[in-house]
Design a protein around this ligand. Structure first.
Ligand code: SAH
Length: 345
């Protein structure tokens, strides 16, 4: 079920207010000096009081916070109005910039065998507020903990859930961030399991924001992908290649670059010949970047490829002319890494 967003609640209280009123409020949500309704001085005192009594200033409250050994990764379990819990992660990169990893759903329906969130099943979609407020939560947190950091540089939608299965709310949240923060579209990445109807939808959507997209490929063989990603559609690779070509045709610039994520699973998809197949597939499409992901431990009986195996895989891809990077695993000791978010702290 979907919950009413704060904007919908506001409109119910004040149907006659001009549209800019809500924009003033949203600007206030992202004003680092504001901490509650009382700070939004464009509103009358009575209105501020009523809103403070009836609409939460932020849609999630902290339930548990963990910090990794290195002190670069923080994981927050947030409790939502109906008691659902989600997790969100804040990470510092080598250059000292902060990234937020946000969830799009409570749980996930995709049942990917290697992912801890997949084991939980789907509880519900997050509202646009609940998605957007994960960034606000960390901005407030950075401020209150006197980290010296004032801004978040990047957002990845790689937390719990399949973002494109919650298309409308995701889109609203993305647009909110783009409108009210200094984070640009090229610094936001939406990672999807590759839902073809929604990929098609965004291609035809005039209002889809120009954020980056990453598709979780994890295999280049239909049968293998069906085994590890049960949501795989028939003829997935043919259809995805066709879609990707049209995506590049429509957004023919670097801003819209596309990444294929490839999770390396020991003895499953990590042989040199798998790398060759991946390179051939990508080269047919053109301009797709490959991001290799080391496997982070979950309860599944799967192994991380040995460093040497990953190096060989990478070398094979490079030899075949693809652009490829390896993702640094962060926060594994607090189960904050990719695929480990499952509300178990
Ligand atoms: N539903 C989205 C977001 C998932 S999380 C998607 O499927 O893309 C972001 C990435 O982490 C995805 O590529 C996902 O497949 C990967 N992932 C999931 N479980 C993982 C694990 N145990 N170790 C490493 N990466 C994992």
């Amino acid at each position: 079920m979907d919950y009413a967003s704060r904007q919908q609640q506001f409109m119910e209280f004040y149907p006659a207010e001009p549209a800019f009123r809500w924009a003033q409020i949203e600007r206030g949500f992202f004003n680092p000096k504001f901490s509650g309704w009382n700070d939004v001085l464009n509103l009358s005192k009575a209105m501020r009081q009523n809103l403070a009594d009836n609409i939460p200033w932020i849609s999630a409250k902290l339930s548990n916070l963990q910090k990794d050994k290195a002190g670069d990764v923080f994981k927050a379990a947030l409790e939502l109005a109906d008691g659902q819990k989600i997790e969100t992660v804040l990470m510092k990169n080598k250059r000292g910039q902060w990234s937020v990893c946000a969830s799009s759903q409570a749980g996930c329906a995709m049942e990917c065998g290697f992912c801890a969130t997949g084991k939980m099943g789907l509880a519900r979609n997050l509202t646009s507020d609940e998605i957007a407020d994960q960034l606000r939560f960390w901005l407030y947190w950075l401020r209150e903990n006197k980290t010296g950091a004032e801004r978040v540089s990047n957002i990845v939608i790689m937390g719990m859930g399949e973002p494109l299965a919650n298309y409308d709310n995701l889109k609203t949240a993305l647009k909110t961030w783009l409108r009210y923060t200094d984070i640009g579209a090229t610094h936001i990445t939406v990672s999807t399991v590759g839902l073809l109807p929604q990929l098609e939808q965004l291609l035809n959507d005039q209002n889809w924001p120009p954020v980056r997209l990453a598709v979780s490929l994890h295999a280049v063989d239909q049968k293998l992908r069906e085994q590890i990603i049960p949501s795989t559609a028939p003829d997935f690779f043919i259809k995805l290649a066709d879609w990707a070509k049209r995506y590049f045709k429509k957004y023919g610039n670097r801003r819209h670059h596309l990444t294929f994520e490839y999770l390396l699973l020991q003895n499953i998809n990590d042989r040199p010949q798998d790398a060759k197949l991946l390179a051939d597939y990508v080269n047919k499409i053109g301009r797709v970047k490959i991001n290799l992901i080391p496997y982070n431990k979950t309860s599944a009986r799967l192994g991380r490829s040995a460093d040497e195996q990953m190096e060989q895989f990478l070398a094979m891809l490079e030899k075949n002319g693809t652009v490829v990077t390896i993702r640094r695993s962060l926060g594994e000791d607090i189960s904050a890494a990719c695929g480990q978010l499952a509300n178990k702290s």
